[in-house]
Design a protein around this ligand. Sequence first.
Ligand SMILES: Cc1ncc(COP(=O)(O)O)c(C=O)c1O
Length: 297
Amino acid sequence: MSAISLNMRKKYAPLVPGFYHIPFPDKYRGMFEHSEPGTVEEYLAPLKEMFNKYVPADEVACIMIETIQGDGGLIEPVDGYFEALQALCRENGILLAVDDIQQGLGRTGTWSSVEHYNIEPDLISYGKSLAGGLPMSAVVGREEIMNTLDAPAHLFTTGANPVSCEAALATLQMIEDDDLLTASTEKGAYVRQRMANWEAQYDFIGDIRGRGLSIGIDIVSDRQAKTRDNDAALKICNYAFEHGVIIIAVAGNVLRFQPPLVITYEQLDTALDVLEEAFEKLTNGELDNYEISGQGW
Ligand SMILES: Cc1ncc(COP(=O)(O)O)c(C=O)c1O
């Protein structure tokens, strides 16, 4: 299903047919690298065109979205898009599903990132931190949907692995006991406060966005045109790595600031200090010939 990179599709064919992709309703850049974001109607237009010409809406099972598109560049949606999309789904009997694998479980400060929007999806998927690093994923859905599969339906040898299940229960308990949802919100606010002057200080910072501890820093070569500066982003990542801070770039030029929710304020300060050091060096031309291979997607 992913459309993030050719490398995730090359040499895998044949893929499951019947998936169509539409542009994410980017709040910062417009479709196809346009410098201005589109309106809700403009972003819905490719979907409506599809429904009018080559994909009958009543034959569509499901529309799947990420609330904040993670590896796509930590992209936030324009206000009102998800609500309009949900209305379109309801009108046409289409299920709305959210992939919350990256943004869920406290990453944005809430159990589900869906809580930031006025929508009620039919299905939500979870993964990643669910079992604190052990393999575990989950699909949460309305009962009548989940019960449409007769047992044994989705059956895997390693499904419901007892060690992973214990790890998941312990992780969920820890999020609750240590109030990691509040921690994510408060630490995110602290980080954003330290980042508050960056846009004024550094010309190459086009945008800083996100929620809780899910933050993207968009590195550009021209702030007006919002031109992605992949090389600069990679230089920053490599400088950070060599100074003890692991950060990667997604979508080529977006620094992905997503530390563990249990990170300490001292560790956050260290990471932010190193990033500021990298920004200073980039500004002074000290990273002109810096290594740019081996980071990011
Ligand atoms: C939003 C999102 N969905 C799905 C995945 C992939 O999950 P898995 O590795 O469990 O297939 C990722 C991994 O990066 C992701 O960020």
